[in-house]
Design a protein around this ligand. Structure first.
Ligand SMILES: [Zn+2]
Length: 316
């Protein structure tokens, strides 16, 4: 019998990645889309078009799993709130199921990524694991005692909105909080720290790029850091230490076996993770700090898509 196949769709803040995935997590067809400022109805149409495209290549798919950058009410499949896409109070699961004529599961994108990493990636077989995805903002998922933890109404585990500084800046994510972790650590925060150092040091490569009108993004800082640029490395190390301070709190609170770091910022590799690990090793409570592994994602930007497919396979 051929393996069962489903569609996994991972929608991030800027792009959608999807594919036909079988039970062995082999991806058969892929699809990409960019949101480009689409409104609610256009956004929903983009989801439909993406599914139709891969489904044309694999008409045997049995179900569809969606990971979306929203606070998803798990029981109802309603997207309650999203900073990244116009999906507030959208009955996403029912709407997609009706329009696509297949069983649909939907969850927060970081929960999906954690599921894939736990099944056969960087958190393989762990029962207590945390995923922190550093991109435009912070996505996160918790696996506690072998189960994805979603909170009372399914919208919990938002580690990016843990408050690090009660007098800190407004949260960049349109959240009502101040001094949230997301204000200090993310792909965008690497860019902000790089820009701050560039202003202080106009004679450096980063300083000259800034003076030439170039945007100092997290990606640029990471690229220069890998090329050996010391100022870029300072920016990455500073954000890495802040990440380590936040992970210290998570280690103390939850005693996880493994923390998986994902999202675009993980491209910085050890330049970011090394300083984070040092802070945890120094400041977290023993013996929790001796247990925890802090590692990059195994599946990279495909973990969300694979996890969405896994959930669809399990639910049908
Ligand atoms: Zn916040």
């Amino acid at each position: 019998m051929p393996p069962r196949r489903v569609i996994g769709i991972d929608a991030g803040g800027t792009k959608l990645l999807g594919g036909v995935v079988d039970e062995q997590l082999v991806v058969h067809h892929r699809v990409h889309r960019l949101w480009r400022g689409a409104d609610r109805s256009e956004t929903l149409d983009i989801f439909i078009e993406a599914v139709d495209e891969v489904r044309a290549a694999a008409p045997d798919v049995e179900a569809i799993g969606f990971g979306i950058p929203s606070l998803v009410e798990w029981e109802t499949g309603v997207s309650r709130w999203s900073n990244h896409l116009p999906l507030a109070d959208v009955p996403f699961r029912d709407l997609m199921s009706e329009r696509l004529g297949l069983p649909v599961v939907v969850d927060n994108d970081a929960n999906m990524a954690l599921l894939a990493e736990q099944r056969s990636g960087a958190a393989r077989d762990a029962r207590h694991a945390v995923l922190v995805a550093l991109g435009t903002g912070i996505g996160s998922g918790l696996l506690l005692d072998g189960r994805i933890y979603r909170g009372a109404t399914g919208v919990g585990a938002e580690l990016g909105h843990i408050v690090l500084d009660i007098h800190g800046p407004d949260c960049p994510s349109n959240c009502p909080g101040r001094g949230c972790l997301e204000a200090f650590v993310s792909g965008n925060a690497i860019g902000r720290e790089g820009a701050r150092l560039a202003r202080e040091r106009p004679e450096t490569v980063l300083g000259r790029r800034l003076a030439a009108g170039r945007e100092i993004s997290g990606g640029l800082v990471t690229e220069l850091g890998h090329d050996g640029d010391q100022t870029a490395r300072l920016a990455l190390a500073e954000v890495g230490r802040r990440l380590g301070a936040a992970l210290t709190g998570i280690v103390n609170a939850l005693n996880p076996e493994v923390i998986v770091i994902g999202g675009g910022a993980v491209a910085a590799g050890e330049l970011l993770l090394g300083p984070a690990r040092s802070v945890v090793a120094e400041r977290a409570l023993p013996p929790a700090r001796e247990v925890v592994r802090i590692v990059p994602t195994h599946f990279g930007d495909e973990s969300g898509m694979l996890g969405a497919a896994l959930l669809a396979l399990e639910a049908t």
